[in-house]
Design a protein around this ligand. Structure first.
Ligand SMILES: CC(C)(COP(=O)(O)OP(=O)(O)OC[C@H]1O[C@@H](n2cnc3c(N)ncnc32)[C@H](O)[C@@H]1OP(=O)(O)O)[C@@H](O)C(=O)NCCC(=O)NCCSC(=O)C[C@H](O)C(=O)O
Ligand SMILES: [Mg+2]
Length: 291
């Protein structure tokens, strides 16, 4: 089984906010996105870039994955952002508004030209109508190792802006786009995290959207405030009952009398070897979270 990176809680913070960058060293999020794009005003882009890269180089973030979100490829800041982020060596660089696989290939070539550390991954924001229309080809870019593509991040605010879809409880207008992106990500073996929930005060609505996202198949949720971390961590982690059942399924197939069986009955339910594979992933995720 490949290494599991828990990405239950992926917290954005403005790269211009020194206090947030400092505070994040103590916030129990699985990953941090240090943003140079939409959360940073044009006048302070250069200062934010320097501050973010200094924070990444200084470290002190423990096991949290560090991701730098650069400005878009068609902005005047992109190449300097990419070069500075490459030098700072975060775990990943997040590229906004990816709409075609060719852009990922072009960025892969630019990273090669910058002698980027091979460990740096590329995450892609899926937040344009064109990205949704071409999502299979974009995900397929992960098969080309030079793209380094390893994770999709849904940008539901930009999708709402571009499509004029409204945010409604349950997100019915967006469900086809979310599920298409999940399907494409899974088809090509990359992770995918859900979009943000803007209403900081609506704890029930936030938890409900986390649960819905988890049930759709997302690995976690992007967040905008430390107050959202605990609920996301709880919802996207396997709970005690899920872990017990997973261990019971694995143990059942390990019994000698089941060695030649593809399907068995366990507590009144049919379980197949594919369920044992799923159970192994649940246990591995639980262990990765505990670690
Ligand atoms: C939304 C906020 C501007 C609210 O900030 P604030 O009013 O300061 O909130 P609080 O007073 O409740 O803050 C309490 C303390 O927590 C720290 N804090 C707040 N937010 C963060 C954070 N994201 N990371 C780390 N620390 C944070 C404050 O500094 C306070 O600390 P202290 O002084 O010690 O009390 C703010 O939460 C914020 O800026 N959030 C992130 C906004 C952002 O990054 N937006 C861009 C990403 S969303 C997006 O673009 C998604 C996608 O592209 C799409 O299209 O959908
Ligand atoms: Mg966006």
């Amino acid at each position: 089984m490949t290494t599991i990176h828990p990405r239950r809680s992926v917290l954005y913070m403005p790269g211009s906010n020194a206090r947030a960058l400092e505070k994040a060293r103590e916030i129990p999020a699985d990953a941090l996105i240090l943003d140079l794009e939409d959360a940073v005003a044009p006048d302070v882009k250069e200062a934010a870039r320097a501050q973010v890269c200094a924070a990444v180089k200084a470290g002190g973030y423990g096991r949290r994955e560090l991701v730098i979100r650069v400005n878009g490829v068609d902005t005047p800041w992109f190449m300097d952002d990419l070069a500075a982020a490459t030098e700072a060596k975060p775990d990943a660089i997040l590229i906004p508004k990816i709409s075609a696989p060719e852009t990922l290939q072009q960025i892969g070539a630019q990273l090669t030209g910058l002698w980027a550390d091979p460990a740096i991954r590329i995450w892609a924001m899926i937040e344009t109508p064109l990205a949704i229309l071409d999502i299979e080809r974009i995900a397929r870019a992960a098969r080309d190792p030079t793209t380094r593509l390893s994770c999709f991040v849904m940008g539901t605010n930009d999708l709402a802006k571009e499509t004029r879809a409204r945010f409604v409880p349950g997100r019915a207008p967006m469900l086809p786009w979310l599920t298409s992106a999940i399907l494409a990500a899974r088809a090509y073996g990359i992770d995918i995290v859900d979009g943000v929930y803007n209403d900081l005060k609506d704890e029930d609505g936030f938890r409900a959207e986390c649960e819905a996202g988890r049930d759709l198949g997302f690995d976690g949720k992007t967040l905008i405030h430390p107050g959202q971390v605990a609920a996301a961590n709880a919802v996207f982690a396997p709970d005690g009952a899920e872990l017990s059942r997973a261990r019971a399924i694995i143990a059942a197939f390990d019994q000698p009398e089941n060695a030649d069986k593809g399907a068995i009955q366990l507590d009144g339910r049919m379980v197949e070897r594919l369920h044992a594979d799923m159970a192994k992933r649940v246990v591995a995720l639980g262990e990765a979270i505990d670690a």
